[in-house]
Every structure is written in C-alpha cells, then in structure tokens.
Design a protein around this ligand. Structure first.
Ligand SMILES: [Zn+2]
Length: 443
C-alpha cells in the first residue's frame, strides 16, 4: 500500500515538474514575434547547401535537359511579381522601384556587364551574397562558367528510357513535341561521350552502355542522377520481367514504332535498372515529384504517391532517393515517405511557388514529422529576364530562411521544441542533412 502510494506520488511529482514540456495549441503573436526576431539572425548565419538548382544564363541550352513550353506560370513566378524589384535591389543595387521598360533594360545590361567583368566568379559571387556555401547544378552538362568548387553536378538519366523511334511519343501533345526531341539529343550526347556510334543490337550491351555512362558521369564529378520523367510519362512504374523487355528492345532498336504499352514496359524495366545501379554506385537518385510546367503536365499521373512501390521496395534499400520539390502540392502526404530510411525530401520550388506565409506552414509540418530527412533547395532557374537564375536564388533563400525561422518560432512558442533544438533543426535542414548524403563529395 505504502509503496503504491509513493509511486503515485512520484509520478505526480514528475508530471508536475515536467509540465513545461507539454505543448499548447496556441501562442500569442507577440511571443512568436519575439522568438522569430531572435531565431532569424542566427538562421541567416547558417551557410546553405543548395540541394537543387539549375544555375545558368538564359541563353545557355544546357541549363536543363528539357525546355519549358509556354505554360501558365503561377502568380509568384510571373515577371509582374513586385518582389523581383527587391531581389534586383539586393543583388544588383537596382536603382528603380519597378521593372518596366527602360528600367528592366538597366537590369539586363547590368547583368551582362557583371557577367563580362566577373567571368567564372559571377555565379560564385552570387552564392556569396546569399551565403550559399555550395550548390547543386542540375544541368544537362556542366558549364565552364560555374566554379566546380562551388557547384556540384547532378546529371539527367531519363534519356536512356527513350531509345526507339519516338514519333508516337512526340505526337502525344505539344509539350511532348518539345520534350522528346531533347531526350533524343541527350541520349546522343551520352553516346558521343561513350564513343558509341550506334545503339547496340543486344539488350545486355545496352545496359552496359547505361552503366558505363553513369560511371563516367560520376568520374566527371556527378554526385547524383536526376529524373524529370514525370514530364514525359506516369510515375507509376510496373515491374516487368526481363524476357519480354529484352524482346521489345531487340524488336525496336533498329526501327519500328513501339506501342505505348510496349514502350512503358521497357521504360519500367530500365528505370528500375537505373535506380538499382544508383545503389550499387552510391549515386543518389533525384526524382522530380511535384507539379510541373507546360500545358499537358498530368498532375494525377505524376502524383508522388505513385512512387511508393519503388521507394518501399527492399530491392532498392541501398539506393538513396531524394524527392525533389517534396511532392508539392502533396507535400503533407509526401513527408511520410521519408519514413523510409533511404528517402529524403527537398523543398526546392515550394519556396518559390509558395509565399513565405504558406511555405512556413508546410515546412512546420515537415519539421514536426521527419526533421532529420528534409533538405533545402532553391530550384533557381533562368525563367525569364526579370526572374533569372539570380532572382530565383534570392527568392528561394529569402523564403527558405524566413519561412524556417517562422515555423520554428511557432514550434518554440507552443512548447514543441527548445530554441536550441530549433537551431539544430535549422542547421540540419539548410546544410547538414543534404551534405551527409554525399560523404566526402560536398561540404
Ligand atoms: Zn528543378
């Protein structure tokens, strides 16, 4: 009896003394503001590793392995976004308050002048301004104007899935008419690189050609392979056996147009081959997992959840997957995929499409779920004259840092984490977690 009573008393004392640790659903705006004001300057001092971007000048065709046909840009990505004036002021001391006519021309000229003066330092200087220590350059090929000390290459691996006569693929719609020829071009560049004049007649040799390209790209400094396959077909990958796929390859490699089911079956197999090789070679796999630009991008077929059978397949346990753009706008579901040991999230694009107020809410849910599996990226890209790679770096970094500070301030204010823990989470998200994926290759 006595013993029991003491135990109950003990529990009560523990509960009472730890009642500070119970989180509450509400916090006063003043309290959140105060914490935000303390956290933001500390978060601004954390050097960033940018996990996903396409640095480059607008006239550089190697910025991407595909081109965006004119689609409808969401509000924040339009050249009418007034935030772009703030970006131009911060980055180039832009003297005007709007981007109209002659004023916009000042900016174009200023960038051209700096590019000429600074050469390979132009983009490095930009990273310095934003305190990005190192960043991914997800590009068809690396540019000689990007300093390899600051930019690490992530190459595209989609083209191996389109080796046949693609007339049916191109004819599907206006977007594919633009994309598929660029995939053919990319495949030819890999062939040139590997000194392969003609694709081999045997399927085994084709797979060897793929592996050789991956290995050579890795030797050239490639730290990961990227798929933007959602732009070209469904993210639902079947699991065909080798025999029918080999038969499809032998039938069509020297001519003839495969039916859509035949092409998809072949691609299902090659995709799985590529990601398995990614595990063997320690070459992480980046997959575009969000909505996309263009007039025909199929949002339901590109749904990040369609990848679940791949991500949870124990055969690919050695492959590190990075879900680029975090499955947006399904980022709240997608974060649960990061429960898988080898799956990581990237928030790029989310901070450019969403304004900080909305991004803060998404990031908070991520921080409250798998804070050790989320990484920051800008998705910097030369969209247009007003929203160049420069301005999109700025938008991504500003939204990332302020959204992060706001999300963490709310979490501290409601008693979910301490301020010290919040800063640890910030360091992990902005830098450490992504860097840990590429040991010895980035810092
Ligand atoms: Zn991108």
């Amino acid at each position: 009896m006595k013993h029991g009573f003491l135990s109950v008393l003990g529990v009560l004392i523990v509960l009472a003394s730890s009642s500070w640790a119970q989180s509450s659903p509400l916090a006063s705006p003043e309290k959140i503001q105060g914490i935000y004001a303390r956290l933001l300057p500390q978060i601004e001092r954390i050097p960033i590793f940018d996990h996903h971007a396409h640095p480059g000048f607008p006239d550089d065709p190697d910025v991407d392995a595909m081109a965006s046909p004119p689609g409808s840009a969401p509000l924040r990505e339009r050249d009418s976004n007034p935030e772009l004036v703030a970006a131009a002021k911060a980055l180039f001391n832009y003297p005007y308050d709007d981007l109209s006519g002659e004023h916009a021309k000042w900016l174009v000229n200023k960038k051209a002048q700096l590019k000429k003066e600074q050469g390979t330092a132009y983009f490095s200087n930009l990273l310095d301004k934003l305190d990005i220590e190192q960043g991914v350059a997800n590009r068809a090929m690396m540019a000689d104007y990007l300093d390899p000390k600051r930019f690490v290459w992530v190459f595209f691996a989609d083209a191996f899935m389109w080796p046949f006569d693609n007339q049916k693929e191109r004819a599907r719609n206006g977007d594919e008419a633009v994309y598929i020829p660029l995939q053919e071009k990319m495949l030819h560049r890999w062939m040139e690189q590997e000194k392969v004049k003609q694709l081999p007649a045997g399927f085994d040799d084709y797979l060897k050609f793929i592996t050789q390209t991956l290995e050579d790209n890795q030797k050239k400094g490639g730290i990961a392979m990227k798929f933007e396959v959602a732009y070209f077909r469904s993210l639902r990958f079947g699991d065909p056996s080798r025999e029918p796929v080999e038969a499809i390859y032998r039938k069509y490699i020297s001519g003839g147009v495969p039916s859509e089911p035949e092409y998809r079956t072949f691609q299902d197999f090659v995709f799985r081959y590529l990601i398995r090789e990614g595990g063997r070679l320690h070459l992480p796999v980046h997959i575009h997992s969000a909505v996309g630009v263009g007039d025909y991008f199929n949002i339901s077929e590109s749904n990040v959840m369609n990848l679940e059978n791949i991500l949870r397949d124990p055969r690919y346990a050695d492959t590190v997957f990075v879900l680029i753009h975090g499955g947006y706008p399904l980022e709240r579901e997608a974060i649960w995929l990061a429960a898988v040991k080898n799956v990581y999230m990237d928030s790029s694009l989310m901070e450019v499409v969403m304004y900080p107020a909305a991004f803060k809410d998404s990031l908070r849910q991520w921080l409250e779920t798998f804070p050790d599996k989320i990484t920051f990226g800008t998705d910097s890209f030369p969209y247009n004259d007003a929203l160049g790679a420069e301005e999109s770096y700025w938008l991504g970094v500003q939204t990332g840092r302020t959204g992060l500070a706001a999300a963490l301030a709310e979490m501290v204010a409601t008693g979910e984490v301490s301020e010290a823990k919040a800063l640890e989470m910030a360091q992990a998200y902005l830098h450490d977690t992504a860097v840990s994926i590429y040991p010895g290759k980035v810092h």
